[in-house]
Design a protein. Sequence first.
Length: 395
Amino acid sequence: MSGFLDKFISVRAQYGLVVLACIAAVYLSGNFVFGRVVTGFTGNYVLPSIAWVALALGVIYLLPRGRPEARGRHRKLFCWVAFLSAAALILALYAAGLLDGLGRSPYDHSFRGILINIFYLGSMIIGMEISRAWLINYLFKKRPVLGIGLVTLIFTMFAFSPGRLLGFETMLDGAEFAGNTFLPAFSESMLTTYLAFLGGALPAIIYQGTLHAYQWFSPVLPDLNWIMHALIGTFVPVFSMVMVHQLHRSEVQRIRSREKESPVGWVASSALSVVMIWFAVGVFSIYPNVIVSGSMEPEISIGDIVIVRSIEPEQVEEGDVIQFREIEQDIRINHRVIEIEEDERGKPLFTTKGDANQSPDSDPVLAEQVMGRVEHVVPGVGWVTIMLRSPASEG
C-alpha cells in the first residue's frame, strides 16, 4: 500500500494528508467524543487541550519545515501587524457597540475560569495555527494562491460544529448564518492564513489569540444585530489584509533597492498604517474622524476622535452635533444644530454653530451636505493621526 501511495502521491502531499487527517480527528473528537462520551472537566477541557498540544508538537518535531515568505526583520513586523489588525477589528466592533448596545459576556470570568480558558484556548490556537502555517508554507509552498484559498476554507469549516452547518430550518436561518457567522469567520481565516504565509505561525497565533482574548475575557461585549456584525466582521479583516499585502510589497521593494532606514521608524510607521486603515476608510454607516480645530470646545477638543453615524437629514434634531461638508473648501465640519427650517424644495435647512464660536455659521447647511450625526467622542487619541497628517475633520 505504501508503494502504491508513493507512486501516485508525492511525499509532500502525503505529509499534508497526515496533517489534515490529524486536524480532522481533533475536530471530530471535539464535537463527538470530548464533552459527550467523555464528560466533565476532563472531557471538556483536558483532553481537547492535550490533543491540540500533541498536534502542534507532532508538526514541529516530526515533519519537515516550511519557510515563510518574509525574511528577517520583515517577518517580525507581521507580529505587530497581526496584533494591530486584531485591534482594528475589536475597535470597530466596540465602536458599533457604543451605538447599537453592549452586553455582559457569557463566559466565566472567575480567576479559576480565566486560567482554565487560557490553557484551553492557548493550546487550541497554538495547535491550529502551527498546523495552518505548516500547510501554507510547506504543502502549498509552490502554489501559495491556491494554498491560501484552500487553507482558508478548511480552517473556516473547522470553526463550526457539524450540527451548526446542517441545522437550518428556514432560508432566513441560512442567510443569518452566512452573514453573521460564516463570512466573518472566512475573512478572519483568510487574513490569518496570509499572515501565516508571510510570517509563519507566530503572527497567526497573535492575531487569533488577540481576537479570542477579547471575546472570552472582556466582561462587556458589543451586542450587535447580525447585519451590522456581518458587515464589520467581514470587511475589516479584508481591509486589513489589503493593507498587509501593501506593506509586504513595499518592504520587498525596499529590500531589493537596498535602502537603509531606522528599524524602529520602519516598524512604527508600518504598524501605525495598519491602525490608520480603520480611520481612513470607516466602517459603513459608522466611521471616525479626528478633530483639528477647537470650535466645539469644551465638548469636543483638538485631538479628539468623533464617532459619526450616517443618518438621513430628516432625522436631525435641534441640539444634535452634525458632520457636514463645507463645499467651497471641501472640508468636514462638526457643529451643533441650533435651528431647523425648510428650503424652497421642502427639505431641511440647518443653522449651525460651533459651541466655542460667538455667532452661528454664516451659511446654512443644505440637506445634501449632511454626512452624519456625532454619537460619541473619544478624547485625545487622535493626536497621532494629526501628526501623521491623515484625513481629519476641521471642527
